[in-house]
Design a protein around this ligand. Sequence first.
Ligand SMILES: [Zn+2]
Length: 177
Amino acid sequence: LENTILQGLTFDAAAGRLAFKDVRYLLIRPETLAAFQKAVEAELGERAGELLYQGGFTGGSLSARRYREVFGYSDREIVEFMCRMGGEIGWGRFELKTLNASRGELVVEVLRSPFAEAYGPATVGVCHLIRGVLGGLAEGVFGMSVRAEEVQCLAKGDAVCKFVIMRICSDVVFFGG
Ligand SMILES: [Zn+2]
């Protein structure tokens, strides 16, 4: 199957630089990230997941904005592109399950997450970088803050990793005074 990202990569040997549409990428072993994640978790516990989420969030926001400009994509097109790109850069096979802009809901399943495979068995979801990318993407599409959860994870023994991203309600009614 064709891989439009690999086909579009440019290589600058003098700089040791790979780029797609002039956005730099690097290849890194999943074990490197898993070791980093476990080291941060040993220091910070659950907070580590939120920090990794922030890293993914930044990448997702920047990519969604950049490729929307480059290709002139609509909301749905940029989500579909990012899901296809996820697979093409080796982050697992992304399947868009739900994109409902009016409800502010994005659901994506990822098969064979390299983050989960490298991490090994766990009691909670471990794919914080994917969760962050999808959170950053969704916040750009919905134009509002979101909450992103990995409700199933390969590392927990689930068949796939499943991410549910919900707009955080801004129209909460407060009672009392
Ligand atoms: Zn996972």
